[in-house]
Design a protein around this ligand. Structure first.
Ligand code: S3P
Length: 453
């Protein structure tokens, strides 16, 4: 019997303690918008020019999936990507399973977009993605007439079987999820009749905005959005703002590191994403919103952030969906704040790229911070304005946002911090270490070859 030996590179970050963030920085393009840009451009009639595209592994996985379905594209290079749309019915059956790597957004949105095709597809992902819940999209898509196979636990690999047509449904989302909403709207493009989605709380609305930019009629009223199948998408140039979720690490880093004065430029300021700014300001952060303007149908601004003493708060539950990806960074802010920070109503954090409640609580504890994980949130006792985190080793568990959150925590540490399993930072923030070093956070990257049988 022969054994397959796999060699993968593991990446650790090592950070010296202290320092300050200063200067100006444009973080890479928005991940959510980059995925949607490729998807709608591929289904449009005509050629779409995109700039500001995120060249991270997640959005590149989406692009590779469409190339495998016969969509021609040039780039990306320096954030520029040109996609030659094939029209709503122009995709071709891929020769192999579509490998979506670590990307939950790719898998859930493609599940909807491909559920109504006349060919079969299989969607696969890495270990983390294969553990994440997919029933939240499979169940409503089956109600629309889709034939989807999954593991008994409702996880990937997902087999999408050909269908003649889907039919629209009126669906009330049981959880506030932009991925589920978007998946159903994309399926709705292929459905007979009207597809309506009502969400329990506002979630990011990039799909709705971008469908509008491609000329697709949709009706929005309050927390409900509806569209009818059978329309057309027409190519349109797209400019993608810098990702507020990537900027968040620097908003926190500059807030907690004395002497910091940092400007993050052209950051996406979609109101459905602004929770991190609202929460940090409630904690006492000094964030100025400068030059608010529009870019590609999305609001953007420059954010100037200066160090400020933070205090603990009870995070308002209605802010949770608006800051859902920013809690790893916000937990670091809480660890450096004066007093206790409490988070509840955030069970979703347990099913992200890692269990972000447990993994952050474990990492904070190794750095000497009192953090009590709860089923739906966390309590963190902050170290106060003069307090420093201890140094030590933490595990990122392959979760990009955990790795970056602990990287910025070193700005307020008393000793070096080493973070293991950081390679997935590449999924959302290519060259994080290079850009961080440019504004005052030097990161030593340690690569080792790992072998597994
Ligand atoms: C995303 C929605 C959110 C978010 C994810 C990106 C999107 O997921 O956590 O990083 O692009 O629609 P949920 O919809 O599962 O909350």
């Amino acid at each position: 019997m022969s054994k397959n030996i796999l060699a993968t590179q593991s990446l650790s970050f090592e950070l010296a303690p202290g320092g300050a963030l200063r200067g100006e920085l444009r973080v890479p393009g928005d991940k959510s918008i980059s995925h949607r840009a490729v998807m709608l451009a591929a289904l449009a009639e005509g050629t779409t020019e995109i700039d500001g595209f995120l060249e991270g592994a997640d959005s590149l996985a989406t692009l590779a999936a469409f190339r495998a379905m016969g969509v021609a594209a040039e780039g990306p290079s320096a954030g520029r990507l040109r996609v030659h749309g094939v029209g709503l019915h122009g995709l071709r059956e891929p020769a192999q399973a579509l490998d979506l790597g670590n990307s939950g957004t790719s898998m859930r949105l493609l599940c909807g977009l491909l559920a109504g095709q006349r060919f079969a597809t299989t969607l696969i992902g890495d270990i983390s993605l294969s553990r994440r819940p997919m029933s939240r999209v499979i169940e409503p898509l089956r109600q629309m007439g889709a034939h989807i196979e999954a593991t008994p636990e409702g996880r990937a690999p997902l087999g999408l079987l050909p269908v003649e047509h889907l039919h629209g449904i009126d669906y009330a989302l049981p959880i506030a999820s932009a991925q589920v909403k978007s998946s159903l709207l994309l399926a709705g493009l292929y459905a007979q009749g009207e597809t309506c989605v009502t969400e329990p709380a506002p979630t990011r609305d990039h799909t709705e905005r971008m469908l509008g930019a491609f000329g697709y009629p949709l009706r929005r009223a309050g927390n409900r959005v509806c569209l009818s199948g059978g329309g057309r998408l027409l190519a349109t140039p797209l400019s993608i703002p810098a990702d507020l979720s990537s900027a968040a690490f620097f908003l926190v880093g500059a807030s907690i590191a004395p002497g910091s004065d940092l400007t993050l430029t052209q950051v996406g300021m979609n109101p459905t994403r602004l929770g991190v700014v609202t929460i940090l300001r409630q904690m006492g952060a000094d964030i100025a919103i400068e030059r608010p303007r529009e870019l590609g149908g999305e609001p953007v601004a420059d954010l100037r952030v200066r160090a400020a003493p933070l205090h603990g708060i009870a995070i308002p539950e209605e802010q949770v969906p608006l800051a859902i990806d920013e809690f790893p960074a916000l937990f670091i802010a809480a660890a450096c704040a004066d007093g206790e920070t409490r988070l509840s109503g955030a069970t979703e954090l347990r099913v992200k790229e890692s269990d972000r409640i447990q993994v952050m609580a474990d990492g904070l504890a190794s750095l000497g911070v009192e953090a009590e994980p709860r089923p739906d949130g966390m309590r963190i006792r902050g170290l106060g304005a003069a307090g420093l985190l201890g140094g030590g080793e933490v595990e990122a568990h392959g979760d990009h946002r955990i790795a970056m959150a602990f990287a910025i925590s070193a700005l307020r540490a008393a000793a070096p911090i080493r973070i293991a399993d950081c390679a997935n930072v590449e999924t959302s923030f290519p060259d994080f270490a290079g850009l961080a070093a440019g504004v005052g956070l030097p990161i030593t990257e340690l690569r080792e070859l790992e072998r597994s049988a």
